[in-house]
Each structure stands twice: as structure tokens, then as C-alpha cells.
Design a protein around this ligand. Structure first.
Ligand SMILES: [Zn+2]
Length: 309
């Protein structure tokens, strides 16, 4: 069996974002409602005892406090059930949480060499000493089985694959520490329980749905998918910035070639949006946008939602 816990579903900044007075952030702050969401990350486990994270958001410490499945075992002075962290990109909202995991517990980081190069070139990540924290390079289209802390096999197969996207925005206009070859900056993951064959997809950043991607996710039991913006220009229209979804490497939920339309005919049993920006009106329960996505079979998860496969 696979157990998956959604630690957070929001894009960079979370809901509310510290410096944002938009309708959604204001409402979340004012009413302390179910609108509050931390930045996107999931945890998954096959045995319920050892867990792996997909990405480590800046909200990780708060997420770990709120998630009983990830607490230290009772009676142990130092322990964490987190065996490893798999990184799908080098954005701040995917890697900054690693800095909260610096207290000497062993775990493994699995990331493409382009993301590992970013960690290596930023000396602050040296707080994760290589004696305790092993960094394993992963490759596009090469499945791997993450280890448990005792070195035994986890029984989980992870297949990383290339997804249309963009490199980390803070590197725009500067040399990438891994060079100019762009492949590997944005990964999707297929995560499977080897024994039961159950599997799901994690694709929290995606600029467009290609034929290749359609072929992979067709008939999947569960897909987590990029839900950054409802429409491409919503941040500009709301006066929040000059960036479109596409300029940030994210397709929109709605419209022609948006996520809802693109995944509509693929017979995916459960479709869950992740990495949702606080400008996205679908956050508001009962809004036209939220109702439209729910009618199309999608959901926006609350923090802490557990899904079993
Ligand atoms: Zn906002």
C-alpha cells in the first residue's frame, strides 16, 4: 500500500503570503479560515514507518509539527521517520526546507545533477554534512529505488522524467552552476509500490501537456498536477506583478490547453491540484472557478490530507 500525505498545496509564498494584501491572502489572514495553506510538498510511505518527502518547502518545520505521521518515534531521544527527500527542481519553494533538517539526523537527498549543482554552489547547504546526508544523483527516465536508513531496499520505485518547464527563476540571467544543458531542471515523478503495483504521479510544475506526458499519465490512479494559476494573466490583471503563468513555466488550470482541458479525456481516477498560487481564485470554496474544477473531477487538498492507494 502507498500512503501519501499532502503537507501543503500552495505555490511560492503560501496562503497568505507575508507581504500580500490580495483578496485571498486578506481573507485567509482575517478569518483564519480553511484558506490557509503551506507551500507545496508531499510525503509518501509504503510501510507507514519510513517516509519520503517530495521537495522540502520553506514551511517544512511547520508542516512536520502538524503531521503526526512524521513525528519522532515515542521514547526516542533523536529520531525522524523521514528517510529521504526527492527534489524535482531547484526553486526556493522546493529546497529551502532542507535547511530545517540540519540537526544531525541521517537522511538521503535524491535530485538531478543540475539541482545537486545548485545545492553544492550554495555553501549554506553545507549545514547538511555529507557524513549524515547523502546526495544521490538521479537521471531522467532511469528508475531508482530509494534506500531505507538501514541500507535495505524500500520497495518503492521512483521514475523521474522530463517535464516542460523552466529553471529556477533566481538563476535567470546568470550562469547555471551545472552549465547550459537544460534537461533535468523540471522533473515529474512516477512513484510506485513494487509489491502491489499501485502508483501515482507528482507533476507540480508543468508548462504544457505534451503527447509524451499524456501517454504516461493516462489511466493513472492518482495525479498531483501543477495548479499555479487559474488563467495565464491573472497576476497582471490583479495588479500583483508582471509575470504570466507561462513566463514562470506553469500552464493555467483553465482555458484552451489548460490543465483541466488537457487531462479531461485521460481516465485519471483522482486528480489533485498542487502548487496553487495565492492569486488563484479557485482557492475560494464556492467560487465559480472552484465549482468548475470540482465539476471536472479535480480537487484542491487541505494541508494534512492523507490518500491511500
Ligand atoms: Zn495574495
Amino acid at each position: 500500500m502507498l500512503r501519501i500525505v499532502v503537507l501543503g498545496a500552495a505555490a511560492g509564498g503560501g496562503v497568505p503570503q507575508w507581504n500580500c494584501g490580495c483578496t485571498i491572502c486578506s481573507k485567509a489572514r482575517r478569518e483564519n479560515s480553511g484558506l490557509i495553506s503551506t507551500q507545496a510538498s508531499i510525503a509518501f510511505s509504503r510501510d507507514g514507518a519510513n517516509w519520503f518527502l517530495v521537495n522540502a518547502s520553506p514551511d517544512l518545520r511547520q508542516q512536520l509539527i502538524a503531521t503526526p505521521q512524521l513525528h519522532p518515534d515515542a521514547g526516542k531521544l533523536r529520531h525522524s521517520p523521514i528517510a529521504g527527500v526527492i527534489l524535482t527542481n531547484g526553486e526556493v519553494d522546493a529546497v529551502a526546507g532542507l535547511l530545517s533538517m540540519r540537526e544531525g539526523s541521517p537522511f538521503s537527498i535524491y535530485a538531478h545533477r543540475r539541482v545537486l549543482a545548485i545545492l553544492k554552489s550554495n555553501s549554506i547547504f553545507n549545514v547538511l554534512g555529507e557524513k549524515n546526508v547523502l546526495r544521490h544523483p538521479i537521471e531522467v527516465d532511469l528508475p531508482f529505488e530509494p534506500d531505507l536508513p538501514d541500507g535495505s531496499a524500500s520497495g518503492i520505485e521512483v521514475l523521474p522524467f522530463e517535464v516542460p518547464g523552466k529553471g529556477a527563476w533566481y538563476l535567470e540571467g546568470t550562469a547555471h552552476p551545472a552549465g547550459a544543458d537544460g534537461a533535468g531542471d523540471t522533473l515529474g515523478l512516477r512513484i510506485a509500490d513494487k509489491a502491489s503495483g499501485q502508483y501515482f504521479y507528482f507533476i507540480a510544475a508543468c508548462a504544457r501537456v505534451t503527447d509524451d506526458l499524456e501517454g504516461r499519465i493516462r489511466n493513472a490512479p492518482l495525479v498531483f498536477f501543477d495548479g499555479t494559476v487559474w488563467r495565464d494573466d491573472e497576476m497582471i490583471v490583479a495588479g500583483l506583478g508582471q509575470k504570466t503563468g507561462q513566463s514562470m513555466g506553469h500552464l493555467s488550470m483553465s482555458g484552451d490547453h489548460g490543465a483541466i482541458e488537457s487531462l479531461a479525456g485521460l481516465d485519471i481516477a483522482r486528480k489533485v491540484f498542487l502548487h496553487i498560487n495565492n492569486s488563484n481564485p479557485a482557492w475560494l470554496k464556492g467560487s465559480d472557478e472552484r465549482r468548475a474544477l470540482e465539476r471536472a473531477g479535480w480537487e484542491i487538498p487541505d494541508d494534512g490530507t492523507e490518500i491511500k492507494l
